[in-house]
Design a binder for this molecule. Structure first.
Ligand SMILES: CC(C)(COP(=O)(O)OP(=O)(O)OC[C@H]1O[C@@H](n2cnc3c(N)ncnc32)[C@H](O)[C@@H]1OP(=O)(O)O)[C@@H](O)C(=O)NCCC(=O)NCCS
Length: 435
């Protein structure tokens, strides 16, 4: 893309279709499915629904954030486990919670460069199938035992072990630099930015109310596939199962803080829950879409990634990335018909919004004279976000892109800004355009 946002004619990257599984609470309907199972289900169904001949696809970019010990290259598995021809090349990426923003901008870049004409982008996550590791001491003992020559040697090695060495080690959701979990970091952001418990609960309530209304209105029907639930396949998962139509501000206000039990403000109600699910998109060059008679849902107009020190405000990345993405698009916040912000925590969204509208933040942190501006609440996360819908890490970006493009179409709007905060204090921002 040129610095002025212009692209060679015909090489604009169009999003032409998308699909996701229902997003379900970890340990429920998808507990017997791995991330790669969920990914393959959605890619297969998406390709079938588009009616595009599988031979038209030339690449897959796919992600999974919690790695699987048995499947190391989820991208390629999206080819090998689906109807796509074996000669479709693929790769896997991770940008933590922004993974399927990254898969989409990777696919769009390849299209714009002329290296690709028709690609799949997406991500899958199974928190239910997260790997559980052995302790280092146990792992070392097992390696030593495999090398030991005699039975007494083996007994000697095992006798080194203590009961605590057998305790399973879950995958870390901690930030290595700080040793803090996401929740603890969000708690610090709430304090630093003066985000009250009431404001967080109010935001969470709206996320549920909007997601429930969208669901009732059938807005997700075309973007959520049905999944027969193993092992008996006697039930079908057809809907997101985290959205609470009946939640009240009162009920949310009763929940106990989880990350700082004494003074904290973050609860199970105003945080995104641990979720299983997958989502995928089809991207094409504008030219190819035209040749196949396909009307794009919209185009990738511009994007930016940014980072800050994880010891500072871990989930504030969007406030750094959004102004750059808008500059690259040649647009302003006020040009946006919709803004969709990933909701890791209500405290994080509200902190990001504060930074968007803060002159001091603009001057000190961004070196800009003017703040980005206030986000109109009527345009923000209009069909709910990750707090209500859930957050299967690698699938969230693709879910947001699809949901936003459909909503832009309903409103006959033209532009949308999407943002995602991610581990490592990363931020992603994407500008979508519909014609
Ligand atoms: C916050 C977290 C620890 C909560 O996990 P959990 O305790 O398993 O959550 P649950 O769904 O069981 O909810 C706990 C309770 O709150 C209640 N609750 C949750 N949301 C509610 C809502 N919207 N309204 C009313 N009650 C609610 C549940 O019913 C449950 O009540 P119960 O104990 O009486 O059954 C977990 O979701 C988490 O770790 N989230 C953060 C994930 C993260 O870090 N993501 C990275 C962001 S990028």
């Amino acid at each position: 893309m040129g610095m002025n946002g212009s692209l060679p004619a015909g090489r604009r990257a169009a999003v032409v279709a998308g699909l996701r599984t229902p997003f379900v609470k970890a340990g429920t309907d998808f507990k017997d499915l791995s991330a790669v199972d969920l990914g393959a289900l959605v890619v297969n169904e998406l390709v079938a629904r588009t009616g595009i001949a599988p031979k038209e696809f030339d690449s897959v970019v796919f992600g999974q954030v919690i790695p699987s010990a048995t499947v190391t290259l989820v991208g390629r598995e999206m080819v090998l486990r689906t109807q796509l021809p074996r000669n479709v090349q693929a790769h896997t990426v991770s940008r933590a919670c922004a993974t399927s923003i990254q898969t989409t901008t990777d696919a769009a870049d390849q299209i714009q460069l002329g290296h690709s004409d028709c690609a799949i982008s997406g991500g899958a996550e199974s928190i239910s199938d997260a790997p559980i590791f052995a302790s280092r001491t146990l792992a070392q003992a097992l390696v030593d035992v495999s090398r030991a020559k005699s039975l007494p040697d083996r007994v000697k090695i095992f006798s080194r072990l203590r009961p605590k060495d057998f305790a399973p080690v879950p995958p870390a959701l901690k930030e290595p630099t700080t040793g803090l979990t996401m929740g603890e970091s969000a708690e610090m952001m709430a304090q630093k930015n003066g985000i009250s418990r009431g404001a967080q609960d109010d935001f969470a309530w709206k996320s549920h109310a909007r997601a429930a209304a969208a669901c009732d209105a059938g807005k997700f029907d075309g973007e959520v596939m049905h999944v027969p639930v193993p092992p008996r396949y006697d039930k079908v998962s057809a809907k997101d199962n985290i959205v609470r139509k009946d939640t009240t501000q009162d009920a949310l206000g009763q929940l106990r803080p989880v990350f700082d039990r004494r003074y904290g403000t973050i609860t199970a109600g105003n945080a995104s829950p641990l979720t299983d699910g997958a989502a995928a998109l089809v991207l094409m060059s504008e030219e190819k879409a035209k040749a196949l008679g396909i009307t794009p849902l919209g185009f990738v107009k511009a994007y930016a990634y940014a980072a800050l020190d994880p010891r500072d405000q871990l989930l504030q990345g969007p406030a750094y990335a959004a102004p750059v993405a808008l500059d690259r698009a040649g647009l302003r916040l006020s040009d946006m018909d919709l803004v969709d912000m990933h909701e890791a925590f209500a405290a994080q969204v509200l902190s990001n919004l504060k930074a968007f509208s803060s002159r001091a933040f603009a001057e000190k942190e961004l070196g800009r004279a003017e703040p980005l501006g206030e986000v109109d609440p009527a345009k923000l996360n209009v069909n709910g976000g990750s707090i209500a819908l859930g957050h299967p890490f690698a699938a969230t970006g693709a879910r947001m892109i699809l949901q936003t493009l459909h909503e832009l179409d309903r409103r006959k709007g033209q532009h949308a800004l999407l943002t995602v905060c991610a581990a490592g204090a990363l931020g992603a921002a994407l500008v979508l355009e519909r014609e």
